[in-house]
Design a protein around this ligand. Structure first.
Ligand SMILES: Cc1ncc(C[n+]2csc(CCOP(=O)(O)OP(=O)(O)O)c2C)c(N)n1
Ligand SMILES: [Mg+2]
Length: 787
């Protein structure tokens, strides 16, 4: 939404003038989106012969809906997720408003130009939610509504300032399961102020969609407490239905299968006539009714569906002014007004030069004026449309609020105990924050998909309570049944409990992590999940990171180290996800004091303009904590690793490890130290940061010509050039094995690359070669194989 335009006093236009203006905008959007895509594909120079692409049919399907939404219904505080392939329509809207430049439109889908799909971070127009992976942009709006309610209940947003969270969605998005997970979660939390507007063109990418779903979607939404408003017919159709013979026509349209309707739309007026006469021509008055329309008018009538009728759309939006979640099923034609309207293959279809030429002429746009925002209207009409746009509510938006960061204490106290696990230390650090009275403790919001207790969030929740708009009584506490876990909810609660749907966890984190840019208040979201089930919500995690939402993801337990739980729960590739995911920094601390330092860093990093989200891979394994003789390790720990045992200058070998197998590593080091004095022991707290630093170092040599040694390069510089490194992690060995590439050291990698199984830790570590013996073997190998 426009956050930059100057305020212009509002004057209410007359209804008929408004309808005419919105119809003109609808046509402008159809043209500009088509032309932007046409320019990228047919006019701009192509250097690689690749089709640039863009979705003219998907855009044309939704231009009336977007014209009415943006220029009639939308209020400044509302936020919108636009279906990905309608990106060009959003750009066209901002072009009309003066927020989008011609240069950006001309570079659509080119480097640095308007993005294919709306992007919060890369587009220069205001984009509330990025979209691209269908379904996710829809569901995130429901979670954003919950976050808005959270802020209201916590006194950080006035009720009067609340907006609607709106998704403009394609009908095929209804096939994505994540939609229904979100519906269920939304219902549990009594979601409100949410609109989902379905561009119901009954076409997906491949073909037309199944008729059997007719009325099913209504049922599903109604069951979940939503108001369903179906916009099936436009005003022209409704008028025709009132004429003699009209009832038969209406009945015919109601019963027409999706594919038939689409094919006739493509074929046009003569085909409609022939078919209607064949099917219902014998019924009273029908032939006469149809004879009253010439072919062109008949085609117009038959495709005058609710989603293309400005007046119908205005009425529908106006009728849903309370806070009840509402789904609008707006019937449309894919490619409406374009030559391939209704064709089942039109999803990626592009108009050819003569087709766009015809469209230009039909819209009376002069040659050379294709990019004129208000072309084809005549001087007076153009001036009044310009004024209408300038006076729209969308142009009245106040500037974005400044966002204050939440102060982070200089240190987080380390939980005491000679023996502890990183998971329990995490719980205790959070408990400490909950009790501390620090502002950070008040801004933390925890969330978990039914693993709050088993991931050690419980103590925080006991202190701060669940968040519920309506009071949730702890029945067990009320009945004095002993339980370590309080389970009561209220408006001041700070934990969002979710059902077991990991995808929802990541969408919740996305929404919480966007609280600052969306609602002006920074929250510090912390989500917990079992490490293997990150994979369950991976696309949503990527989606959250893609739009630069900021959160702390705590995944525990992890790896084989969870022992008897067995292979189904033992994560193996999650470290690689941590390394490979942009926008997310992965740490796997071994000791509680490292965790405290890393969490403190994370709370800062989540708030920096160039920061990001953080993923902690933690474990339930209780291990002996190490003695520290100084504090120097801390700085290196947040850079990705430090020498737990510093190697002698020019040492011939080192062991590098990550996480929970620290005791085995220390045992092996003790056993080897006598024979190999000066053997180094590198504790890699973040394989991700080390790898990123190394890659950046190599790239900088060529891009900025300033190569400074990366952290891992500096650490390994202590070893002899022909030294070897044994690497070990409870996860894929490739998490650390790349280290050999940094300075050409030989590597002997240990880790897991097979499914786990049940067992106790000695058995599992022996079987999967994560024990001290395996580490000793790996170090020996470095000497045996040395060239
Ligand atoms: C998760 C995901 N899977 C597949 C795609 C590829 N894709 C893009 S659009 C689309 C079909 C969209 O149909 P619909 O939602 O009905 O939109 P419209 O008809 O309005 O174009 C598909 C399969 C995608 N963008 N995201
Ligand atoms: Mg569709």
């Amino acid at each position: 939404m426009n956050r930059t335009a100057k305020a212009v006093p509002l004057a209410e236009p007359r209804r008929s003038d408004e309808i005419a203006a919105l119809e003109a905008i609808d046509a402008r959007l159809r043209w500009l989106s088509s032309w932007t895509i046409h320019n990228a594909n047919h006019l701009r120079e192509s250097r690689d012969g690749l089709k640039v692409g863009g979705h003219q049919a998907s855009c044309a399907s939704i231009t009336a809906i977007m014209a009415v939404l943006y220029f009639h219904a939308l209020r400044p505080q509302d936020k919108v997720a636009v279906k990905p392939h309608a990106g060009p329509v959003l750009h066209a809207i901002h072009y009309l408003l003066g927020n989008q430049s011609l240069d950006q439109l001309q570079r659509f889908r080119g480097l640095g130009g308007a993005q294919s799909y709306p992007s919060r971070t890369k587009d220069r127009i205001p984009v509330d939610f990025s979209t691209g992976s269908v379904g996710l942009g829809v569901a995130v709006t429901a979670f954003a509504s919950l976050v808005q309610d959270y802020l209201v209940a916590h006194g950080q947003l006035a009720e009067a300032e609340t907006g609607r969270m709106i998704a403009l969605m394609g009908d095929a998005e209804l096939d994505e399961g994540n939609i229904y997970e979100a519906l269920i979660e939304g219902y549990k939390h009594d979601v409100r102020n949410c609109w989902w507007i379905i561009d119901y063109n009954r076409q997906s990418l491949d073909a037309t969609t199944a008729d059997r779903m007719f009325r099913r979607f209504d049922d599903i939404f109604e069951t979940c407490g939503w108001r369903v408003l179906t916009l099936k017919f436009g005003k022209k159709q409704l008028a025709a239905f009132r004429k003699p013979g009209g009832k038969s026509l209406q009945e015919w349209i109601e019963n027409c299968p999706n594919a038939e309707f689409a094919a006739l739309t493509y074929q046009g007026g003569a085909a409609w006539r022939q078919r209607l006469i064949a099917d219902i021509g014998e019924r009273p008055q029908v032939a006469k009714l149809i004879a009253g329309y010439d072919d062109e008018a008949l085609a117009t009538l038959m495709t005058n569906l609710g989603g293309h009728c400005v007046e119908t759309l205005m009425e529908a939006f106006d009728s849903a002014q309370d806070d009840r979640p509402t789904v609008f099923i707006a019937y449309t034609v894919k490619g409406f007004g374009l030559p391939f309207a209704g064709h089942k293959d039109n999803h990626a279809g592009l108009m050819n030069p003569s087709q766009i030429e015809n469209l230009r002429q039909s819209l009376q746009i002069a040659e050379g004026e294709e990019w004129e925002p208000f072309a084809g209207l005549g001087d007076n009409a153009a001036a009044s449309l310009k004024a209408f746009v300038a006076h729209s509510r969308l142009a009245q938006v106040k500037p974005a609020p400044t966002i204050e960061n939440v102060p982070v204490p200089a240190e987080l106290p380390v939980p005491d105990g000679q023996q502890q696990s990183t998971q329990s230390a995490f719980g205790r650090i959070l408990l400490d924050l909950a009790k501390s009275g620090q502002p950070l403790g008040d801004r933390i919001v925890t969330t978990s998909p039914d693993v709050t207790v088993s991931t050690n969030l419980g103590a925080f929740v006991n202190q701060r309570g669940l968040f519920r708009r309506q009071e949730l009584r702890d029945v067990f506490a009320g009945a004095k049944i002993p339980s370590a876990q309080k389970w009561s909810g209220h408006g001041a609660g700070q934990h969002m409990e979710l059902g077991i749907a990991e995808n929802n966890l990541f969408l919740m984190l996305a929404a919480l992590g966007l609280a600052a840019p969306l609602f002006g208040t920074r929250l510090i979201p912390i989500g917990t999940v079992y490490d293997p089930f990150i994979a369950r919500g991976l696309d949503a995690l990527n989606y959250a990171c893609y739009q630069d939402a900021r959160f702390l993801l705590v995944a525990t337990p992890a790896g084989l180290t969870l022992g008897p739980e067995g292979g189904a729960h033992q994560s193996i590739n999650s470290p690689l996800i941590g390394i490979g995911q942009p926008g997310l920094t992965y740490f796997e601390p071994a000791f509680a004091d490292e965790l405290a330092v890393v969490m403190r860093w994370a709370f800062e990093h989540m708030q920096q303009p160039d920061g990001g989200s953080v993923y902690l891979r933690l474990t339930t394994r209780i291990i002996e904590q190490v003695e520290r003789s100084d504090e120097r390790w801390k700085e290196d720990a947040i850079r990705g690793g430090y020498w737990l045992k510093r190697p002698r200058e020019g040492a011939g070998a080192a062991i590098a490890f990550t996480g929970a197998i620290a005791p085995e590593v220390l045992d092996a080091w003790e056993a080897l130290a006598e024979d190999l004095p000066g053997l180094g022991l590198l504790n890699v707290t973040s394989p991700d940061l080390l790898h990123r630093g190394w890659s950046a170092q190599r790239a900088a040599r060529w891009t900025s010509r300033e190569e400074t040694a990366s952290h891992i390069d500096q650490l390994l510089a202590l070893l002899a050039p022909d030294a070897g490194i044994a690497t070990i992690v409870d996860g894929s060995p490739s998490t650390l094995s790349w280290m050999g590439g940094v300075r050409g050291h030989m590597v002997s990698p240990l880790g897991t690359d097979r499914f786990g199984q049940t067992g106790d830790l000695p058995d599992l570590y022996r079987t999967y070669r994560l024990d001290a013996n395996a580490i000793i073997d790996a170090v020996a190998e470095l000497y045996l194989d040395r060239r």
